[in-house]
Design a protein around this ligand. Structure first.
Ligand code: SF4
Length: 295
């Protein structure tokens, strides 16, 4: 389908976030990172026996930040002890929901301490002038570089949208063991997803700002800014379309690396994988579930 002049502009109100099939950044990035992990997670839908401590910490920090920002949106800045209470609540819920896999030198109390230190640092930062939205779901169309619409739209849920000094900004928060390089923001597919979704929703090109909560011995906060143009957005469409073709072709293969595999919940079924095609998914699923049950 070609993108007509009429739909070059905003599609506000034309899409809803109902159960319509969609793409998400996490889905696309998971496939690009390791197609076999995507297969176990989203095709065969194997249960995850645990969540890694890094993901658990990132998730509770995000939940707490969302509470901090919602409160600012309502005109009230949370006190430090209220922020800590939100964090403890989120951590307790996380521990009750699923097993957490810690590294040897870690444990729940140490992670909570680390998350608290990061959040304490963040709440000392200047408060946004105007919070426009917190975790707003945005369902928007995707187009490739030939102007053709992709079958499925993109669902983006940016952490925070603000307006400071009149400038619309999408803000994303990361927890990381190291500082990000400049190129990571410049080349980020996530930035393209969110910039596109926010521009479609608000009819205005936003800046994208990454706030990295760095889990070094002395916690740090790093800010990186980037912008996206039309070429970046259509490149996003091209990438998603290529991923779509690879999934349809059942091109699921492992990408083994320290960064990918440490903390991967599918490590055991991955070692047992023998390159099966998708039509064997059901029997493979049964075998893998048996293998997981024995883990
Ligand atoms: S263990 Fe590594 S290669 Fe295997 S599925 Fe997980 S991330 Fe991919």
């Amino acid at each position: 389908m070609q993108r007509s002049n009429q739909d070059q502009g905003s599609t506000r109100g034309a899409w809803s976030t109902s159960d319509r099939p969609h793409w998400s950044y996490s889905q696309v990035s998971q496939f690009l990172r390791c197609p076999l992990q995507y297969y176990f997670d989203r095709v065969v839908k194997l249960p995850k026996p645990f969540i890694s401590s890094g993901l658990a910490l990132g998730s509770v920090v995000h939940q707490t930040l969302a509470e901090v920002h919602r409160s600012i949106q309502r005109g009230r800045v949370l006190e430090l002890d209220q922020v800590r209470a939100c964090l403890l609540q989120a951590w307790g819920d996380m521990e009750n929901r699923q097993p957490i896999q810690f590294r040897d030198d870690e444990g729940g109390p140490k992670l909570v301490e680390q998350a608290t230190a990061l959040l304490e640092l963040y709440v000392k930062e200047p408060v946004p002038e105007c919070v426009v939205a917190v975790e707003e779901p945005l369902l928007v169309p995707l187009f490739n570089s030939r102007g053709e619409a992709l079958e499925m739209p993109l669902l983006a849920i940016p952490d925070l949208i603000t307006r400071d000094a009149g400038e619309l900004t999408v803000r994303e928060f990361k927890t990381s063991g190291r500082r990000f390089g400049e190129l990571e923001a410049e080349a980020s597919l996530q930035a393209s997803c969110y910039a596109h979704a926010v521009q479609d929703r608000y009819d205005e090109q936003p800046r994208v700002r990454y706030t990295v909560l760095v889990k070094t011995k002395t916690p740090q906060i790093q800010h990186l800014e980037t912008v996206r143009n039309d070429a970046d957005v259509t490149r996003l469409g091209d990438i998603v379309q290529a991923v779509e073709r690879a999934i349809k072709a059942e091109a699921f293969y492992p990408v083994e690396s320290q960064m990918n595999c440490s903390g991967c919940a599918f490590f055991k079924p991955c070692r047992q994988w023998q390159g099966c095609p998708r039509r064997e998914a059901n029997s493979q699923q049964a075998r893998n579930q048996g293998a997981l049950a024995r883990c």
